[in-house]
Design a protein around this ligand. Sequence first.
Ligand code: FAD
Length: 479
Amino acid sequence: MSTISRRHVIGGAGLLVGANAAEAAPNTTSNLTADVCIVGAGFAGLAAALRLKQAGARVVVLEARSQAGGRSWTVATKDGGWVDWGGQWVGSSQTRFYALIKEMACETYPSPNVGKTLQRGILDPNQYHRIDEDKDEAYPGSDIVKAVYQKLDAIADTVDVNAPWAHPEAARLDAITFAEWLRQNVEHDSARNFAATEVGSVPSASPEEISVLHLAWLIKACHGLGELFGDAQADRLIGGTQRVARRIAERLKNEIKFNQPVRRIQWNAKGAVVQSDGIAVTARRVVVAVPPVLAGAIEYAPALPTNRMQVTQRWPQGLVIKVSMVYGAPFWRDDGLSGTSFDHISVMGETADSSNPPEYSKTGILTGFVYSDNARKVAWLPAAERKRILLAEVAKRFGPKALDPINYHESNWTEAQWTRGCFTGFLTPGATTLFGSAVRDPVGPLHWAGTETATDWPSFIDGAIRSGEREAELVRRAG
Ligand SMILES: Cc1cc2nc3c(=O)[nH]c(=O)nc-3n(C[C@H](O)[C@H](O)[C@H](O)COP(=O)(O)OP(=O)(O)OC[C@H]3O[C@@H](n4cnc5c(N)ncnc54)[C@H](O)[C@@H]3O)c2cc1C
């Protein structure tokens, strides 16, 4: 990115016609000026701020939480290891994340993957098949599932990731839910349930609440179901994904203001005053890098154009509970198992081995995912009851040792005020065709970033980085 033109950098009070920072934010304790104000210090906001700073712009980042990383949150364990409560994998063609990992002098390691995968039977749900994925992924009923995935990939191939609303059959595909498509296309009940759980995990939505068009867009933008369920999980980060975010934050330590939830943005064609609880930032441009539903929760004065105002109301966050279970050792490997399991009948839909390399920690870490409809079933239960149910399910797959983790943690991001759900936000049926480019179009000086707005690896950290870099480049070009 070339250097931002200082000639175009206005900043300062008086930027707004008829309002200065003090008038716009009467209750704030400090007033700052910047070329660009960035809302949110997740990977999208951090990438935008880093690239703009590198291009010579004065930036201020306002972050609601007391730390950087957003949906990337790594916790250290007592023995020198780490657990990722949020995003953990990188892989495949996620080149922007790999580039940033390198730039921040962080390292990856291959995801542990020795032993066989457990697959709950499609034809006989009383069985768990042990699959050697290196040799043959086939199991009774896998041909049915494979055919469903091929059909979905074929639809995805017809979608333009930059303009899914321009698809010749956009209205039809955006009107039919994934649930209805499954009913029409998959006769076998168990195969239908399996596809609903596994493919539904991508938008982290129930099949009833997502359209085929939006799902197909997501699959295409993430390079197809093969990559999504395969190589995208290839690597992990030494020290966890948040280490990368923290290192970016160190480079922005004078620019990031923590514990500053943005409440209001007063804007006109020349710039904006961004008001958090304690700070008002007057800036020529603003990059709002938060989940769409939270972008919609900010007060805008004047109100945003109709389509932008409406689209954030049809862009809810998904629902997944991520469960981290730490054991003395990865005991499942003794039984020839990899720790990966797929189960479309139990509450816990999937597990994976998330252990650290042994030179850092000898513990065994299993990650479990409870997807949307199942998460809704158990979220209301008392914590102890939910834990009992989930551990019993894991024990059914990996044996009684699974019942006694030395550490157990559930991350329900839906209950996190500054995220409201994960992995990602999804557009509800009809929204893609009704609102089109309003998902990304800047409004005056206001730009929209965040993984949900990416056209390459949306819903992943890589997409978040791409979205931040995209808006930084647009801001830079605008001068
Ligand atoms: C459990 C889980 C597992 C995941 N697994 C993976 C994975 O393995 N690999 C992968 O690539 N991705 C994964 N993801 C997704 C990935 O973490 C996200 O796509 C990515 O981190 C999103 O980055 P972002 O910057 O777009 O948004 P966020 O990370 O949500 O950042 C937004 C930031 O804005 C702040 N904010 C919100 N509202 C305001 C406001 N009003 N004012 C100021 N600040 C505000 C928030 O506190 C947050 O820091 C996972 C996510 C979760 C939760």
